[in-house]
Ligand binder design. Structure first.
Ligand code: SF4
Length: 364
């Protein structure tokens, strides 16, 4: 089985952990995709669902032996050895006023620092308007994070994560505040403080701001790459899955992408597309074509149903469906001159939540 097919299988079925270890890097709660653990396969670190309901029924399982090894099995038959990313050193630290660094930012994949600057969102506050896949309020309710990370806190944690754990880039996402900047303002304030403290490439993630001038402000504040996430591409699917955010139409996103690419450059703007929520293969590929033509990296990710969200019982996509999208998409990206490895910072560069970058490389 090819590595890209193996990653696709694991990210769609999930992985049953027979004897869990508490020292591994995981994502539970938070914005966007969650309930994963960071697994390294053949030198590539990917996020695999382990805490979802579906993972408990997965044909894939892993056992840890007493000597530090982890063995991947399919239907109880050993397939290969894999490893898990260990908790980083900066998790042991707290700020002077007692906030654990891990409540301010977390390690994603192998070398990415990630934070949700505002852990509240105008969309999430009203359950009828909230994105059905999102768990942004869960980690806050569980006391695992704080509602607003100050620029100084982010700078302190970023510096420690670089110095103690060799973190190479950082993702700053945010819940959407009520102002027309859509979160760009807090991203600017955060980026300025982080860049003053440490040399760390940054990706900002927000909804399209009301005024395109925010793209320039974000770039000038030290943000290298930008994510604005469509999540789904068909109007009816968007209206069903994200009743609040769907008010910002695909056309509005496309206009914002063009403005953003002019500021951040070809291939430095990306968008998350969650496959498996109802969009057809054809709809995803045709939107991806449009995005690639304007220089936007379409980061197509298998949808993972998160516990505690309205979609927790929604089936994840089939591995064949994902492959039928990611294989041609890998070639389309190559043809369009867009490479995950060329993105300066963020999810597209990290790539751990999707097999896409391995399909991209396989198409070379
Ligand atoms: S792709 Fe993005 S959300 Fe996923 S692990 Fe990497 S940085 Fe985190």
């Amino acid at each position: 089985m090819s590595n890209q097919r193996l990653i696709t299988e694991l990210q769609t079925h999930g992985l049953k952990v027979v004897n869990p270890q508490t020292t591994h890097v995981n994502r539970q709660g938070g914005a966007g995709p969650s309930d994963h653990q960071a697994v390294t396969i053949d030198g590539m670190t990917v996020m695999v669902p382990v805490y979802t309901q579906q993972a408990h029924q997965s044909p894939w399982s892993v056992t840890h032996d007493g000597a530090g090894g982890s063995h991947l099995l399919r239907d109880a038959i050993p397939v290969r050895d894999i490893s898990f990313v260990s908790q980083p050193n900066f998790y042991r630290l707290s700020t002077a006023d007692g906030v654990p660094y891990s409540h301010i930012a977390t390690l994603h994949g192998a070398d990415v620092l990630a934070t949700t600057v505002l852990q509240t969102c105008i969309r999430y506050e009203n359950r009828r308007k909230a994105c059905q896949f999102c768990a942004i309020g869960q980690s806050l309710a569980a006391g695992k994070t704080i509602a607003r990370k100050t620029p100084q806190q982010l700078a302190e944690v970023a510096k420690a994560a670089v110095e103690l754990d060799g973190v190479r880039h950082m993702v700053m996402t945010t819940g959407t505040p009520s102002g027309s900047d859509r979160g760009a303002r807090v991203l600017c304030e955060s980026a300025e403080a982080i860049r003053a403290a440490v040399d760390l490439p940054l990706q900002g993630q927000c909804e399209p701001p009301g005024d395109a001038l925010w793209f320039t402000r974000m770039k000038e504040a030290g943000i290298d790459a930008l994510g604005m996430h469509l999540e789904a591409v068909t109007p009816a699917v968007r209206a069903r899955i994200m009743p609040g955010k769907a008010a910002v139409t695909v056309e509005q996103y496309m206009a914002a992408f063009k403005d953003a690419v002019r500021v951040f450059g070809h291939g430095q703007v990306s968008t998350y597309i969650l496959a498996g929520l109802g969009d057809t293969r054809e709809a995803i590929l045709s939107t991806a074509r449009e995005l690639i033509d304007i220089g936007v990296y379409p980061f197509v990710v298998p949808f993972v149903p998160i516990r505690g969200t309205p979609l927790e019982d929604h089936a994840p996509p089939a591995a064949d469906f994902m492959e039928s999208i990611l294989q041609p998409l890998g070639s389309m990206l190559r043809g369009g001159g867009l490479r995950s490895a060329d993105i300066k910072a963020g999810c597209g560069r990290c790539g751990a939540c999707s097999p896409l970058s391995s399909y991209e490389r396989a198409s070379a």
